[in-house]
Design a protein around this ligand. Sequence first.
Ligand SMILES: [Mn+2]
Length: 304
Amino acid sequence: MTTYIFGHKNPDTDSICSAIAYADFKEKTGEKDVVAARIGNINNETKFVLEKFKIAPPMLLKDSTGKKMILVDHNQEAQSIDNRDKGEVVEVLDHHNINFASQGTIPFLTESVGATSTIIANMYFDTKTQLDEKIAGILLASIVSDTIIFKSPTTTEKDKITAQKLAKLLGIKDIESFGIEMFKAKSVWGKMTAEDILEMDRKEYDMSGSKVSITQVETVDYKDLVPRKKELLCELSRIKEIRGLDLSVLLITDIIKEGCLLLAVGDTKKIEKAYNKKLTNGEVWLNGVLSRKKQVVPVLEEVF
Ligand SMILES: [Mn+2]
């Protein structure tokens, strides 16, 4: 029976590439019938990464009924495949907050590192499993993406050391410019609708009974998106209505200026309280805020 490995909804590079790499690792270490999958569309950054390292995108898994599943890069139900309980989760490998219930005992590995790919790369290193250049490439790309070129406060020493090892293996001397090239590939807004932008990396959270949606997009210059602010606010309102949210947020992260422009619709008083700053026309600049997981989600949970 096939086991499907997949990351979260609205997958980012780490979600897609850790599924591919973990399937490869499982196969190389003797497990059979393990397939990398995804439960959403591939974003421009990931497309760029897969093309660069000549790897085909994983299959789209639409239904979990009767399936054996390994979750990577997420564990919460809200971020997972629809009707997850119709299948069987047999393993979890993640680096996010744990919010998971299981029927039986399963291997559940989480580590406080910047990317799931860091954990997987070290599995290859620790077990001396053959690591092909392609896989090393997508693992490096995922670490650089998730840690925002090591600028995010989620970055650990282990992420940096792992990335350096991978870069050495690939003959990449300058990880920073490799990263900027990748983020540039991601920030081609011209071809994207406001809906595309909002759905690129959107996550929903239950905060003490309130429903909050937070999208994060990384840019090399947040000003590129400022002319589209009105359109983005409209889309935030639309998502708020259709998803029945209390608060709908977009974080436009600027990886060069190292901060984010936050746009929000709904109970914005919570944001003002959390950061002790006023929103003007639905926006506020937050200096030094780069991580949704560390600098936005817990801060908002606190005020909710
Ligand atoms: Mn991740």
